[in-house]
Design a protein around this ligand. Structure first.
Ligand SMILES: Nc1nc2c(ncn2[C@@H]2O[C@H](COP(=O)(O)OP(=O)(O)OP(=O)(O)O)[C@@H](O)[C@H]2O)c(=O)[nH]1
Ligand SMILES: [Zn+2]
Length: 206
């Protein structure tokens, strides 16, 4: 079917979301406390809605950040260095968009410089920026790779994430210690299996 004639295409664009006030968010937390079976008015829980909304501000602050700003400072005087740059074991936490429960792990990122190199901390900042949103691990992996690709125009990017999903360990199927690995490769890493293997060897070479 032509995209223009699909029912979705005829539907009006959604209204931009109104961000609820802090008071509304706190009221929602009180509702969830009551839903859990406790009394939101008891002394120990009085401050909890305020703490939870503040914590949400930290967990989900990535919505307010722009990867292009994080990666806008490229150093082009790296002495002609053009070999692999790999930053491994970057710890991250995120929240799965299905249950809003944490998934926690490590990111490993490599690139072959194109026009320059970026400050090493910026790669960890890009991980956090996307991790601090409601996520799927697959999308998080892809967004990190895309942002580095767009920001640095490197000859290739490799991203590997390994994480434990607490929605799998704490609830539902309740399997702890399960590791999920996702990868995204662009440029030379995508074209050349030997480059993927080099990346994987360096990541595993502890
Ligand atoms: N692919 C993928 N799945 C995820 C991720 N985080 C959580 N999930 C899964 O999302 C799925 C949601 O499945 P549903 O059947 O809709 O929800 P559910 O009834 O709570 O599923 P169970 O966890 O099996 O109890 C579950 O299988 C989760 O394990 C993620 O990052 N990527
Ligand atoms: Zn989940």
């Amino acid at each position: 079917m032509d995209a223009k004639t699909t029912p979705d295409a005829k539907r009006a664009a959604p209204e931009p979301l109104r961000r609820p006030s802090r008071e509304e968010a706190e009221a929602a937390v009180r509702t969830l406390i009551a839903w859990a079976g406790d009394d939101p008015a008891r002394e120990g829980l009085i401050e909890t809605p305020a703490r939870v909304t503040k914590a949400f501000g930290e967990f989900f602050k990535g919505y307010e950040e722009d990867p292009a700003e994080v990666l806008d400072r490229v150093f082009d005087e790296a002495g002609g260095y053009d070999d692999i740059v790999l930053v491994r074991d970057i710890p991250f936490f995120s929240h799965c968009e299905h249950h809003m429960v944490p998934f926690i792990g490590k990111a490993h990122i490599a690139y072959y410089p194109g026009q320059g190199v970026v400050g090493l901390s910026k790669l960890a900042r890009v991980v956090d920026l996307f991790a601090r949103r409601l996520q799927m691990q697959e999308r998080l992996t892809q967004q990190i790779a895309d942002a580095i690709e767009d920001g640095l125009a490197p000859r290739g990017v490799a991203v590997l994430l390994e994480a434990e999903h607490h929605c799998v360990s704490m609830r539902g199927v309740q399997k702890s210690g399960v590791s999920t690995i996702t990868t995204s490769f662009t440029g030379v890493f995508k074209q050349d299996v030997a480059e993927q293997n080099r990346f994987l060897t360096l990541v595993r070479g502890r």
